[in-house]
Ligand binder design. Structure first.
Ligand code: C2E
Ligand code: MG
Ligand code: MG
Length: 764
């Protein structure tokens, strides 16, 4: 269809060209009239065909049909005589030109949607300029010649500026399109031949050209119609109304057109003198109109410029999502405060507010919901702070509140509490309500300190991290010691990156004892980090850091392979029974890595250990934070034949539903309860409940951190049949394991332990 259109378009152009030549050569004007009529009327069927080919909007078609109809009507009414002699024909011509302006405006609206006020202003300048020029150069001479000042003459004067507006709009269309499709040139050709025709007519009417010139004029219009039809049919026509990306309509070309429209009338008015009083009035009023239009246009441009500058400045200082000031504005405010001297009663204070687990919201509800949270939080913070305070958004989920006039530390803490309270109500998102909490770091700005604004923000940030470490959803106040802790942590982070390569990591192992048989039934691998200077760093310190920085992933993979290799060697060397298991701790970060099951599978293959000999110890945090992901990974691990233990059971939320929902085979009773099991009735009943629950779910149970025979006895009485702890053995290096196991097994049953009555009937 489109190809056929392109072909048809070429034919139209060629046909129009031939008819024009015929018109030029034709001896009589009636032939030219006939050709003109054919050209004007063909526009109707052509537009209908073009609509099918190019899917043109009806509005556009209606305007172009009107163009053809009005001009054909004008030709019929005037019968070839100068149109100004007959007001009806001038009105028809005016309507034709008006329809053309409307059609071009429809085309323009989509391709240059932004060019509104300025475009209208420029079009008005062009129209007025050409009105003045044509009034003085064409209309006046015609009126002089015909000695009549009829309505027709005046209306005819209006026709010229309308065509100037058409020229202007075409110039804009051409400038707006960076790649100019053929259809645009066909439209330009159509309008240009029309314009030349109009100009020649006017020159003829004004007596500048002889009447015989008419033979050159009408065929030009004929060509104009065919060229327009060719454009409608061409497949590139729809491109004209397609929105143009980053157009610069305020280009040089447009400027030249507008300046020309100003200069020409000024020159014309200067060089020609008015014929009579009426002429003088028209010139005067026209000049006033032009001057006011230019003034308005300039004012508009200046205002637009000012607005653009203000927007630019606003954009550079504001966070686009929340509309809050950004980091640079905040730093500016702090610097202003640091420069001004303030009284001893004023304690300007920074509050670093960071949302807790914001990533979860983004990951689970999507970024649109995340954005909603950020905007709502911004609004709530603004409502919660004193008038003089600044609320800025630094990045992501980090906000800073600057209270420049806090009266005391107590007042600052009260504000911090108010900021925390902001999160107590759920946030109403379009997807439903969500609860978010925040951790807040507070840092006071002291007038005597030599710290920079950036340092102060960093202090508040450091305090905020303390609040996170303290369990989130709380406030921490900055003090100097925090700085040292941060520096220490940074040092650990850096050293940890290299620990694996430098072979500074080791695994110690702690045996797990079966209380009934007295056998060592397994081991737990516990990581140790011996730094180059000999200091041993506890996993409780470096594992959370490795978790934060992501180093846990390679380190954890290493530990898994190392532990399994160790078990293989112990079994092969007869250190333990072939059914002894190895427990390896897995951190949340590893578990949320979709690659983790593959890593486990690879470690099993490489070490040649049967999957059922591996226990993976996980904590419940992942199951709460990312339940879907955790479930998926745990299922994949299960399908490998590996078993999963829930570590530190009882310390966190430890809900029953976790045990039902996730494929777990063991619970490890946290040493916090084991510690009190002998003396504290509460702990004992808790352990009894855990054991009963575990039994009913068919779970294996291990008590952690057993330090006394008494604890062991109570645990055994409660029915927990496996235990590990310092009483049995500290975690030991691999080469000490043979003697450790031998010593334990030599003991047979644990000294002082009655194993026969292993029931859950221990007295409370
Ligand atoms: P966990 O998995 O609960 O390990 C048990 C911790 O209790 C070990 O501390 C162990 O030395 C200690 N422990 C054992 N028996 C007793 C006792 O009778 N009394 C007392 N007070 N403590 C006892 P450790 O080795 O310092 O490890 C701390 C935590 O670090 C581990 O807790 C585990 O969560 C983590 N961790 C250790 N190694 C790794 C590892 O390779 N990967 C991961 N992701 N985490 C590890
Ligand atoms: Mg463990
Ligand atoms: Mg534990």
């Amino acid at each position: 269809m489109k190809r056929a259109g392109a072909l048809l378009s070429t034919w139209y152009l060629a046909f129009g060209g031939v008819l024009t030549l015929v018109g030029f050569a034709a001896p009589s004007s009636s032939v030219r009239d006939l050709l003109y009529m054919v050209a004007a009327l063909q526009i109707f069927p052509t537009l209908l065909v073009a609509r099918r080919i190019n899917d043109l909007p009806w509005r556009l078609i209606a305007f172009f049909v009107a163009v053809g109809a009005f001009f054909a009507g004008e030709q019929v009414v005037s019968g070839g005589a100068p149109s100004w002699e007959n007001p009806v024909s001038v009105v028809l011509a005016l309507c034709g030109a008006g329809s053309l302006v409307a059609a071009l405006a429809v085309l323009l609206r989509h391709s240059v949607p932004k060019a509104t006020a300025a475009l209208t202003g420029d079009a008005a300048i062009v129209a007025l300029g050409s009105w003045i020029a044509s009034w003085a150069m064409l209309v006046q001479p015609i009126a002089e010649r015909s000695k009549q000042r009829a309505l027709g003459i005046f209306l005819y004067g209006l026709y010229q500026p309308t065509t100037s507006v058409v020229i202007f709009l075409v110039v804009v269309v051409v400038l707006a399109h960076r790649s100019r499709p053929p259809a645009i040139w066909m439209i330009v050709a159509a309008l240009a031949s029309n314009m030349v025709g109009d100009l020649l007519y006017s020159l003829m009417d004004a007596g500048h050209l002889s009447a015989s010139s008419e033979r050159w004029i009408l065929p030009l219009y004929t060509f104009g119609y065919f060229s327009a039809s060719a454009a409608f049919l061409h497949r590139s026509f729809p491109d004209l109304s397609r929105p143009q990306a980053d157009v610069k309509v305020d280009g040089l070309g447009r400027l030249f057109v507008v300046i020309g429209s100003l200069v020409v009338p000024v020159v014309v008015l200067a060089l020609t003198s008015p014929n009579d009083g009426a002429d003088r009035i028209v010139r005067f009023l026209s000049a006033i109109a032009l001057a006011s239009t230019v003034t308005l246009r300039v004012l508009g441009a200046v205002r637009a410029n000012t607005r653009a500058r203000a927007e630019l400045l606003h954009g550079a200082q504001t966070d686009p999502l929340t509309g809050l000031p950004n980091r640079s504005v905040l730093l500016g405010h702090i610097n202003d405060l640091l420069r001004t001297s303030w009284s001893a009663e004023v304690h300007p204070t920074l509050f670093f507010v960071d949302l807790d687990r914001f990533k979860n919201i983004n990951d689970s509800l999507g970024h649109a919901a995340g954005d909603e949270v950020l905007v709502t939080v911004a609004r709530r913070l603004l409502n919660a702070v004193p008038d003089a305070a600044t609320v800025a958004r630094l990045s992501g989920d980090e906000y800073v509140v600057l209270d420049p006039a806090s009266r005391s530390q107590g007042a600052s803490m009260a504000l911090a509490e108010r900021l925390l309270a902001v999160f107590r109500e759920p946030l109403a998102l379009s997807q439903g309500d969500v609860f978010v909490t925040a951790s807040i770091g507070v840092a006071e700005i002291s007038p005597t300190s030599s710290t920079s604004a950036e340092d102060l923000v960093r202090h508040a940030d450091t305090a905020m991290y303390r609040a996170k470490d303290a369990g989130r959803n709380c406030v921490a106040v900055y003090d100097e010691s925090m700085h040292e802790r941060v520096a220490h942590r940074l040092a650990v982070e850096t050293a940890l990156y290299r620990a694996l390569d430098r072979r500074e990591l080791r695994l110690f192992h702690q045996p797990i004892l079966d209380l009934q048989s007295g056998d060592v039934v397994g081991f737990e691998a516990l990581m140790r980090w011996q730094q180059s200077d000999g200091t041993i760093v506890s996993p409780a310190e470096f594992i959370p850091i490795a978790e934060d920085t992501g180093t846990i992933v390679p380190i954890g993979s290493w530990a898994l392979l190392e532990a399994l290799g160790q078990l293989r060697r112990w079994i092969d060397d007869g250190v333990c029974s072939p059914s002894a298991t190895m427990s390896v701790n897995v951190s949340p970060r590893q578990l949320s890595d979709t690659n983790f099951p593959a890593i486990v599978s690879e470690a099993l293959t490489r070490s040649g250990v049967a999957p059922q000999l591996l226990w993976l110890e996980v904590t419940e945090s992942v199951m709460i934070a990312e339940p879907e992901l955790a479930l998926n990974t745990l299922r994949r691990l299960r399908s490998l034949g590996v078993r999963v233990a829930l570590d530190d059971f009882g310390t966190g939320y430890s809900s029953l539903s976790l045990l039902q929902k996730f494929p777990l085979q063991r619970i490890k009773i946290d040493r916090a309860f084991v510690h009190g099991v002998a003396d504290n009735p509460n702990d004992r009943s808790l352990v009894r409940t855990i054991v009963a629950m575990g039994r009913s779910l068919g779970l294996d149970m291990v008590a952690e951190g057993v330090e006394s025979v008494h604890q062991l006895q109570v645990l055994s009485d409660l029915g927990c049949m496996k235990a590990q702890g310092f009483l049995i053995s500290h975690p030991v290096p691999p080469d000490a394991m043979r003697s450790t196991v031998a010593a334990l097994e030599r003991l047979g049953h644990f000294p002082g332990l009655r194993t026969s009555g292993a029931t859950s009937s221990a007295s409370p």
